[in-house]
Design a binder for this molecule. Structure first.
Ligand code: FHN
Length: 454
C-alpha cells in the first residue's frame, strides 16, 4: 500500500480547496447530490470486456499488470484484436448473483466498465457495431445488472473510457492500432460519438459516470469542462469523477487546481496518508494486480488487508472501490468471491462502523488501529475504534482525547459495558484479554459533545 507523503497532500489541500462542484451549485445542493456517495463508503468496481478472453496471454506470452491493456501491451492491431468478438460469450453471467455478492460485502454501489480503452461496448450501442451485439452472446450486459441493482437497492454506476483505441477519430494515434492511418483525426467528431454513447448510457440512470483515459493529449481541459456541464445539464443528480477533466495528479488522483471539473478525486492503487477536509475522494484498488481478468495473476491480497484497507480509507473520509475482473464466461473468479465473502462476514458485524461514518478526529494515525466517527442526534459523538493491534495490558489508551467518555462496549457486544477512565488528557478503555476479531475488533465509544483531540 503506497502512502502519499503528508506534505504533498497538505500542499494539495492548499491549492485544492474544494473539488470543482457543478456550476452554480450551492453547498447544500452539493451535499444533497453527494450524500449517498459519502454514506456508501464502499463500492464494487467491475472490469469486464473482450480482454477477458485472452486473460493476460497473447501468442504464448504472459503479460503482467493490468491485462485490460493487452491490446497495447502486445501491440495488437485492431484487425487482429477484432476476432476476439467471436469468443466473448458470457453464458454463465448471473447479474443477480454479482449484486448479491456485492451487497452482502457491504458495497453500496457498483461501477462497471461500459467501455474500456479498447472501445468495446458492453451494451448494444446504436453508434457502433464494436459492441456486445457483434458477439455470440448478443444481449445487453448492462440491463440485467441495472435490474438486479434496482431490485437489491444498490446504485448502478458506469465507468467509461474517454480514450478509445478502436475509434478512427480518437486523436492520439499509435502505429499498433492499425487505424493510425487517419491523417488528421477529428476530435469534434469523436466528442459527438462520445456524447451520443453517453446519452444512451444515461437512459440506465447511473448514479456515477466514472471517466478514465483522460490523460492523452487528444483530450483537453476545455473538452472536459464541456462534457461535465453537458452531463450535469442532462442529469442534475449525476455524480461525475475528476477524470472527466485533466486535473488529477496521476495515480495520487487529487485535483491540482480548483479550475478542474469533477465531483470527487480518484487515488488509484493507493491510500492517501490523510483525507482532505471537504474533499470527496475514492481509492480504487484491485484484489490481485490486474483490473481485467488474468488467468495467471494469483497475487491475491488477503481478506485481512482488504478489510483493513476499507477501514483505513473510511477513517480518512474516503470511499473504497474494490475491483473484480470477471471471466469471458461471466464468472467472478473464485479467489475474488472468497474474499468478498470474508469481507461480508466482517461487515455483517461491523458495517455500522463504516457506512455513514466520517473521518477520524485524530490527526495522527493511532498505532493501535483506526477510528471512524458518527455525530449523534443528541450532539454527542460516537467513535468506532477499529483495533488492529490488541493491547496486551488490557488498556486501550486514546492519547489526546479530552472528551468525557459516556459509554463503551465491543460493537459485537453492545450489552457488555467497558470501563472508561480519563487522566492526563487521555481517555482509557479497559478491554477484554483477547480481541474478538483478528481482522479488526471494533470498540464503540460515545463521548460528550463534538470530539476534542489535543
Ligand atoms: O488505464 C486504466 C486501467 O486499465 C484501469 O481501468 C484503471 C482503473 O482505475 N484506470 C486506468 C489507469 O489509471
Amino acid at each position: 500500500m503506497k502512502f502519499t507523503p503528508i506534505l504533498a497532500v497538505a500542499a494539495l489541500a492548499a491549492v485544492l480547496g474544494n473539488v470543482q462542484p457543478a456550476q452554480a451549485e450551492t453547498k447544500a445542493e452539493n451535499d444533497a447530490r453527494m450524500g449517498w456517495f459519502r454514506e456508501a463508503r464502499f463500492g464494487m468496481f467491475i472490469h469486464w470486456g473482450l480482454y477477458a478472453v485472452p486473460a493476460g496471454e497473447w501468442k504464448g506470452k504472459k503479460y503482467g499488470g493490468g491485462v485490460e491493456w493487452l491490446q497495447s501491451l502486445a501491440n495488437i492491431p485492431v484487425a487482429e484484436y477484432t476476432p476476439l468478438l467471436e469468443k466473448f460469450n458470457p453464458v454463465k453471467y448471473d447479474a443477480e448473483e454479482w449484486v448479491r455478492l456485492a451487497k452482502d460485502a457491504g458495497m453500496k454501489y457498483i461501477v462497471i466498465t461500459t467501455k474500456h480503452h479498447d472501445g468495446f461496448c458492453l451494451w448494444d450501442s446504436a453508434q457502433t457495431d464494436w459492441d456486445i451485439g457483434a458477439t455470440p452472446y448478443k444481449k445487453d450486459l448492462l440491463k440485467p445488472l441495472a435490474d438486479a441493482c434496482a431490485k437489491q437497492g444498490i446504485r448502478l454506476c458506469f465507468y467509461h473510457s474517454i480514450m478509445d483505441w478502436h475509434h478512427p477519430e480518437w486523436g492520439d494515434k499509435a502505429a499498433w492500432r492499425g487505424n493510425a492511418a487517419t491523417a488528421k483525426p477529428d476530435m469534434d467528431k469523436f466528442s459527438a460519438y462520445l456524447k451520443a454513447q453517453l446519452d444512451e448510457l444515461l437512459a440506465y440512470k447511473p448514479g456515477i459516470l466514472w471517466f478514465d483515459g483522460e490523460w492523452e493529449k487528444a483530450w483537453t481541459h476545455e473538452r472536459g469542462v464541456d462534457l461535465y456541464n453537458y452531463l450535469l445539464e442532462k442529469s442534475p443528480a449525476l455524480i461525475v469523477n475528476n477524470r472527466v477533466d485533466k486535473g488529477r495528479n496521476g495515480m495520487a488522483g487529487f485535483n491540482t487546481g480548483s479550475q478542474f471539473k469533477g465531483d470527487y478525486c480518484t487515488p488509484e492503487q493507493e491510500i492517501p496518508a490523510s483525507g482532505l477536509p471537504g474533499v470527496d475522494w475514492e481509492s480504487c484498488m484491485t484484489m490481485n494486480n490486474t483490473w481485467g481478468y488474468s488467468a495467471h495473476d494469483n497475487k491475491w491480497k488477503s481478506t485481512e488487508m482488504l478489510v483493513r484497507n476499507l477501514i483505513d480509507i473510511a477513517s480518512k473520509g474516503g470511499n473504497y472501490l474494490l475491483n473484480v475482473g470477471p471471466t469471458s464466461e461471466g464468472l467472478i473468479p473464485a479467489p475474488s468471491v472468497e474474499r468478498l465473502q470474508g469481507i461480508a462476514a466482517w461487515m455483517k458485524v461491523n458495517g455500522a462502523a463504516i457506512h455513514g461514518t466520517t473521518a477520524s478526529p485524530f490527526s495522527k494515525t493511532p498505532d493501535w488501529g483506526r477510528c471512524t466517527t458518527r455525530s449523534l442526534p443528541d450532539g454527542n459523538t460516537r467513535l468506532y475504534l477499529h483495533v488492529f493491534n490488541w493491547p496486551a495490558d488490557g488498556r486501550l489508551v486514546l492519547n489526546g482525547l479530552t472528551n468525557e467518555g459516556l459509554k463503551a462496549s465491543l460493537l459485537a457486544k453492545p450489552g457488555d459495558a467497558l470501563k472508561i477512565t480519563s487522566a492526563d488528557g487521555s481517555l482509557t478503555i479497559a478491554v477484554p484479554a483477547q480481541a474478538a476479531d483478528p481482522l479488526a475488533t471494533v470498540i464503540v465509544l460515545d463521548v460528550k459533545g463534538a470530539a476534542k483531540v489535543q
